[in-house]
Design a binder for this molecule. Structure first.
Ligand code: DGY
Length: 419
């Protein structure tokens, strides 16, 4: 029998560079990505704690002075990736992008510390990591929720991690592409363009990016000025969960936590306001254009991960999740298959992503054990049957995008080896 655990470990080691790990071993993503690194650290923690902590420490080395942790760190300047370090033209100590990504670090670090005993002489290093993560969370609260609404905004679709999700279609359609825009995509030379975002999407990604750069990435200005400003349920659920886990870490290591606790209760109350009773789903809000966004994206169910105290809503949402696409052999499709925007093979517009399954599985463990178990089994079986891909068709299980994908390997290890 094939040894999948050894294979998953080999993938991580194969993608590992000096203190960080590439999302894949092909040329698609030749840098360090923020949430990828979080998931990757979790995978390492099952066989090399040193690599796990190093992955996180390297990411934190690129933290900006104001607290932001970039979505990409460009350690290697000599690649064909677009947009690369020279067009972002920013960074602190390490060249980086000027936006962030879903803040999974606190969540991952808590899982790692819960299952590993830390030696006394390591404690001050761990405390340092936690303080930096706290600074990151404070940056979100200060600059991405300046009016203290309880919910944070993303200012670029890339910040969500689900870049070309139909969630962003309406706000993106409003963005006028910059005149005389010149740039060369690299991604669709590495992966079949049918599986990647469209050129018009990239035109707008680049337009927003250029606008951020023109504003010197000034977080004080950009909340109001950015061409894109969306309150996303998935992102806020991850942030809420991360805040809850961060508090536990702060308490455990005798660090200050009170200020953060207030924000958590505030967020918890506000996120519930995004619940649509009639449709029994959570909806997103396009702050820039003052419009509701109603797209049946799997990421709306990340709210289960946030562990809301409202059991009634949790139960209703689980019912709705069971209708997303759980009848077929493979799930969860990133967009509900009967929706007119669904595309079987295109990136975040339909395919299954292992991190989404993992997040929802985590959210269900303490709410619906049987369903959680089913998700775990389906996810493991998909990877075993089809390999360690970036994303998969919900119809056939066929893998697309990059292969030897690091977070697929990492999260597979977690599902297989968790206690
Ligand atoms: C990419 O290059 O496709 C990434 O998702 C952007 O962060």
């Amino acid at each position: 029998m094939k040894d999948f655990i050894t294979e998953a470990k080999k993938i991580l080691i194969g993608n590992r560079k000096d203190g960080y790990t590439l999302p894949t071993n092909n040329k698609l993503y030749p840098a360090q990505w923020n949430w990828d690194s979080g998931f990757i650290a979790l995978g390492y923690s099952y066989f090399n704690l040193k690599f796990a902590l190093e992955e996180i420490k390297t990411l934190l080395r690129g933290q900006w002075k104001d607290g932001m942790i970039p979505h990409i760190l460009f350690h290697d300047l000599n690649t064909n990736y677009y947009p690369n370090h020279s067009v972002w033209a920013c960074g602190n100590k390490i060249h980086s992008s000027g936006i962030t990504q879903p803040p999974v670090l606190a969540i991952i670090l808590k899982i790692i510390l819960d299952k590993n005993k830390i030696k006394d002489k390591e404690i001050s290093k761990i405390k340092n990591i936690i303080k930096k993560i706290k600074k990151y969370h404070e940056w979100f609260i200060k600059y991405r929720d300046p009016n203290n609404s309880g919910l944070v905004s993303i200012l670029h679709p890339w910040e969500s991690g689900y870049d070309n999700s139909p969630l962003w279609d309406e706000p993106m359609n409003k963005i006028k592409v910059e005149k005389n825009l010149k740039y060369k995509r690299g991604d669709n030379k590495v992966v079949n363009p049918k599986y990647r975002p469209l050129d018009i999407d990239y035109d707008r990604y680049v337009t927003i990016k250029n606008h951020l750069r023109k504003n010197k990435y000034n977080p004080k200005k950009l909340y109001n000025k950015s061409l894109f400003n969306v309150v996303d349920v998935g992102f806020n659920s991850i942030f809420l969960k991360a805040n809850k886990d961060l508090i536990k870490l702060l308490k455990k290591f005798n660090l200050k936590y009170k200020d953060l606790q207030k924000y958590i209760s505030h967020s918890e109350n506000k996120i519930i306001k995004l619940y649509d009773k009639k449709k029994n789903n959570f909806i997103n809000f396009d702050l820039k254009n003052k419009k509701k966004i109603r797209i049946p994206s799997i990421t709306n169910y990340f709210v289960l991960f946030a562990d809301l105290k409202d059991k009634k809503i949790n139960n209703k949402i689980i019912k709705s999740l069971k209708k997303h696409n759980t009848k077929g052999k493979f799930f969860f499709s990133s967009v509900k298959p009967n929706h007119y925007k669904f595309e079987e093979k295109r990136y975040w517009r339909g395919p299954i992503w292992i991190n989404c399954n993992w997040i929802i599985y985590q959210g269900l463990k303490n709410k619906d054990k049987n369903f959680a178990k089913k998700i775990k089994k389906k996810t493991i079986d998909l990877v075993k049957e089809k390999g360690f891909h970036e994303y998969y068709s919900y119809k056939t299980g066929e893998g697309f995008g990059a292969n030897n994908f690091s977070w697929t390997a990492s999260l597979f290890l977690d599902l297989m080896l968790e206690r």
